[in-house]
Structures are given as C-alpha cells and as structure tokens.
Design a protein. Structure first.
Length: 257
C-alpha cells in the first residue's frame, strides 16, 4: 500500500473527498438534503371519517372560508380563524359564527390558525394552546379555570364538568359538558352543550366538536352553584344525547391527508 506522509493513500483520498463535499454543500439544492414536510395540510385533499351512529343519519362536509382576524375587536380577543373543514349533521344549516348550540365539528390546520394572529394575540393563542396540551397530557381534573375552546365566543364559561379524556384514531383530547353565557343566569335544561377539544398526533390539526344537550331532570331556574353540583353527579345516560354515545363518535374520528 502506498502512503503519503506516512498515511495510507486511500485515507488521504477519502479525506480530500470529504473536504470537497463540505465546500460544495452550501451549493446543493435543498431538495437533496431532504425537503421538510409542509407545515399546513391541504384541506381539499384531507379525508375525514366520522361515525355519528345513534346521533345523526347524515353527515355533510364543506370547506369553510377563512374569517380574517380583527385586531380592533376587544370582545373576542382571539377572533378570526383560518379556512377549515366543517361537518354538519342531518342538513342542519349553521352560521359562520361559532354557535355552541349547533351540532357541528370543525377541523382546523393548526399552523395556519396560529399564524393568523397579530404578534400580541398570537402570544395569547400560544398560551391557551399550551394550556390545552398540558390538560390533555396530564389528564388532570380542571377546576376553577376555563378549558380553552377554539374558535372563541363572545360569552364566557359559566362552568364545565363531566370531563373525559379520549383518543381518536390519530389524536387525543378532552370532552366535557359546559355552559357559556354573559353574566350569571340560572341554568336551564337546554343551556348546556357537549364539547370536545383535541389535537392530532402530528400537531397539524385542531379538532373542535359541539353538540347541544338537554337535561330533562334539571330543576327549573336552579342557581348556578346548585346546578353545577347536580350536573356533576348526574349519570351520563341522563343527558340527551347520552354523553358516552357522543364520546364514541369522537373516538371514531380519523383524519388522513
């Protein structure tokens, strides 16, 4: 074996080739180094499976246009939303506003949701998103603070209870019963709704699901404090529809893109 300055010739050639590649690396096209996966999904190509067995007979799907953020709006701080997939049920028409009393499921491209906010409001959005991620990860019983809901409403959380942590086919989240209002009105049998807030495992999709509830056994004009205690102890099958049936529908969700 021929050596150069005491080193094998083959080793010297490999060393020279390595140095040449290092010099050329900045000139190589990015695709050769492995292009990163797109940060946001193409909703037109995104496939959604959801089974509302026992809840609805038909499911409609549409891509809802983005609602621009309005920085001057101080009522709904994190207003606006990106283009999203909306599932509706039994042909029910839904306004563009986020109506918690309407049956619908929203699937948002999470990267676009965050990017839509101004810098100041993006910090608030990120904070609430981190809060939700922590809630889902720790599976804690949340008391004394609201569970983040997106899109936001011009009302505030009155209470939440009946929390359940769920996994869907490619993600996880939390379901709960909640009531939103302005002020402290007495609870009524139809003033509550079922809600699920979740995230896909890859962090690309945010899932928001709403379904109005009726509690026939709830005493009329019950004060909030007593009403919350009553609902927290109420069997899940006493809600209409059954909370476990709603949970099973969530667990059937699969998002493919």
């Amino acid at each position: 074996m021929v050596s150069v300055n005491g080193a094998p010739l083959v080793g010297a050639c490999l060393l020279g080739l390595s140095l040449l590649l290092l010099l050329l690396l900045p000139l190589l096209p990015a695709a050769q180094a492995g292009a990163p996966r797109p940060t946001s999904p193409d909703l037109k190509k995104t496939k959604v499976f959801f089974d509302p067995k026992g809840l609805a007979k038909t499911v409609g799907r549409e891509i809802e246009k983005a609602i621009p953020s309005e920085p001057q709006d101080e009522v709904i701080l994190l207003n606006g939303q990106p283009e999203c997939i909306r599932l509706s049920f039994d042909g029910e028409k839904i306004s563009s506003d986020n109506n918690f009393a309407a049956r619908h499921l929203l699937i948002f491209p999470l990267p676009k949701y965050a990017a839509q906010k101004t810098r100041e409001r993006q910090e608030s959005f990120d904070k609430q998103l981190r809060q939700l991620k922590t809630i889902i990860k720790t599976k804690a019983e949340i008391k004394g603070e609201a569970i983040p809901i997106f899109p936001q409403s011009d009302a505030a959380e009155v209470f939440h209870n009946q929390m359940h942590y769920l996994d869907f086919k490619n993600g996880s989240g939390v379901s709960f019963v909640a009531s939103y209002a302005n002020g402290d009105p007495p609870l009524k049998k139809d003033s509550q709704f079922y809600c699920f807030q979740g995230l896909s495992k890859d962090g690309r999709f945010y899932v928001s699901f709403f379904w109005p509830l009726t509690i026939e056994s709830l005493p009329e004009n019950l004060a909030i404090e007593k009403g919350v205690r009553y609902l927290s102890k109420l069997p899940r099958n006493k809600f209409k529809p059954d909370l476990d049936r709603l949970d099973r529908a969530v667990e059937s969700l699969r998002i493919d893109d």
